[in-house]
Ligand binder design. Structure first.
Ligand code: 4AD
Ligand code: MG
Length: 463
């Protein structure tokens, strides 16, 4: 007999013989009848297995505890209990794997902190089942969106010798013997004997190579892991996170903003359409405003304003008695509290902030006529703050070389990037969406560690 997934089973008409496989969520009952809630990850819902205890071996019944894995053959019947339309009247049960009393997910209502300590098992909870199914659906939606627009999925390298964002927070990649590091005559590490013959790191962004792709294929996107060694222990930062980075030839900042807005709305709509059961569960369980917030984002156009205008609003707020932990003034790098004030208090909808001071943004952004600001755009979201960072790119070789010199950057690692400006340069733009930040928004999870299966954060690389 062919196994049917729980999701399929729950949609079947009663009357047929079926085979279900899955893990026991709960078992209750009395000495005559046992009710087992079985889940196989295909849906948030369980299928109820009803066992006439007299029909089964006593030893077997004892083995069926929370966490055990079973195969159950039986008849699908209309359920008399509330909560499900059908259930399985069990005829045969095979126990694939028992789980004894030390199984940590015995009772409901574990804290998120505790579940992080058992990240190898937490996918078996309702919450993480829902989150991981939504994560899958969002990845699929993202590929759908760009594919339907004719973008090419470009695989950019994870190991790199360049620091795209210039933040310097990179993980080194080396095969040198760290107990016996080779040295140059000046006493520096001699990377010429390292694997790549030079110093390399894990990438913080696929953008620079993405730009090379856009200058040939027109429109590309990347979707892969990126790595940042910044020591920020916040609910919004991971050391390893996934980023989607579209890069488009012939797009200016306005086209870039339009694409970003359409893209996020598509993802949110996709989640509402395809993950309704999981989102409803998360809404009821953790965040009663989740569905409302998701629908809210779809309804309105995102507010678009300049950094300078944003700072004015924040300064007025301070003058009117609003307290921020960090000071406000033109030139500051906005903190999450500032971003969230604009989005949640002032406008009450997503905001795209543009034209930031050049000093707080990366070298590749296009300079505005004022010589002080660059054509950057950050998309700010309720509960999250920055969800997207992007810009129009500087296409002038001369201006780009000037900025690189001003910042004392090492051009030896960037000659190939500069070649795009040397040969057939074109106006172009792009942005990066933090996949886990999107998932925080869509699931309502308040900690980024809870939207990725196995989070990497400072002092934490278990599992
Ligand atoms: O603003 P960021 O640093 O921009 C870039 O990396 C550009 N190269 C993107 C581009 O223009 N192609 O990062 C982009 C987004 C942020 O808006 C945020 O959503 C997410 O990546 N992000 C992080 N997410 C989780 N943990 C971290 N440590 C993150 N750092 C950035
Ligand atoms: Mg940013």
């Amino acid at each position: 007999m062919k196994r049917m997934k729980v999701k399929e089973l729950l949609a079947q008409e009663p009357g047929q013989e079926v085979l279900a496989k899955g893990w026991v969520r709960t078992k209750r009952g009395n000495k005559n009848v046992s009710f087992i809630a079985l889940n196989d990850g295909s849906t948030i819902f369980n299928i109820q297995i009803v066992c006439d205890v007299a029909k089964f071996d006593e030893e077997l019944m004892k083995q069926i505890g929370t966490g055990a894995c079973l195969a159950v053959k039986g008849r699908l019947v209309a359920s008399m209990g509330s909560g499900q339309a059908v259930e399985i009247q069990a005829d045969e049960i095979e126990v694939y794997g028992t789980a004894d009393a030390s199984y940590p997910l015995q009772k409901k209502g574990h804290s998120m902190e505790f579940l992080r300590e058992i990240a190898h098992l937490r996918p078996r909870t309702n919450t993480f089942g829902a989150v991981l199914r939504i994560r899958h659906a969002m990845a699929f939606a993202i590929h759908n969106f760009f594919n339907s627009k004719g973008f090419n999925y470009l695989h950019t390298p994870l190991i790199t010798a360049s620091d795209a964002e210039g933040a310097g927070a990179m993980f080194q990649v080396t095969t040198l013997d760290l107990d016996n590091v080779p040295r140059t005559e000046e006493g520096k590490v001699d990377y010429s004997s390292d694997f790549f013959g030079r110093q390399t790191s894990l990438t913080v962004s696929g953008q620079l190579e993405g730009e090379l792709g856009a200058m040939a294929l027109g429109e590309i996107y990347t979707f892969g892991p990126t790595f940042r060694a910044e020591n920020s222990n916040t609910p919004r930062h991971l050391a390893e996170f996934w980023m989607i980075e579209p890069e488009m030839a012939f797009y200016d900042i306005k086209d870039n903003m339009d694409l970003a807005e359409e893209f996020i709305k598509y993802c949110v709509q996709y989640a509402l359409d395809h993950c309704a059961d999981d989102i409803k569960f998360l809404n009821d369980m953790f965040d009663k405003e989740l569905i409302e917030r998701l629908q809210g984002v779809l309804k309105d156009s995102f507010v678009r304003l300049t950094y300078t205008e944003g700072i004015k609003i924040l300064e007025e707020a301070v003058a009117n008695g609003v307290k921020f932990e960090y000071p406000v003034g033109w030139g500051i790098d906005l903190q999450s509290e500032h971003e969230r004030y604009l989005v949640e208090q002032h406008f009450r909808k997503p905001v795209i902030l543009t034209d930031y001071p050049k000093e707080i943004k990366a070298f590749y952004m296009k300079m505005n006529e004022d010589g002080k600001t660059v054509r950057a755009m950050d998309v700010l979201f309720p509960k999250i703050g920055e969800i997207i960072g992007g810009s129009q790119r500087e296409e002038s070789l001369e201006k780009l070389e000037k900025v690189i010199a001003e910042r004392n950057m090492d051009t030896r690692n960037l000659w190939w990037y500069l070649d795009t400006r040397r040969f057939g340069s074109a106006p172009h733009s792009g942005f990066g969406l933090g996949f886990e930040r999107l998932l925080m928004f869509v699931t309502g999870m308040s900690n980024i560690r809870d939207v990725i299966p196995f989070p990497r954060t400072p002092k934490n690389a278990e599992f």
